[in-house]
Write a new protein. Structure first.
Length: 57
């Protein structure tokens, strides 16, 4: 596998992991909009303070 192929495989796995995480959030919180799901996912990764800074601009 070439270096480029390894990078592409890693990016594909990261995309899949994001989708799995967001699907889990949707399953637990079906009332959330797509934007709210994205913010919940960002909070899992980066913490509440990060998301608060994003949303208070």
């Amino acid at each position: 596998m070439t270096g480029e192929q390894r990078v592409l495989a890693a990016l594909a796995m990261a995309d899949e992991a994001r989708e799995i995480s967001m699907s889990g959030i949707r399953a637990r919180r079906p009332e959330l909009s797509d934007e709210q799901v994205r913010l919940e996912w960002l909070q899992l990764l980066h913490g509440r303070e990060f998301v608060e800074r994003l949303t208070t601009r």
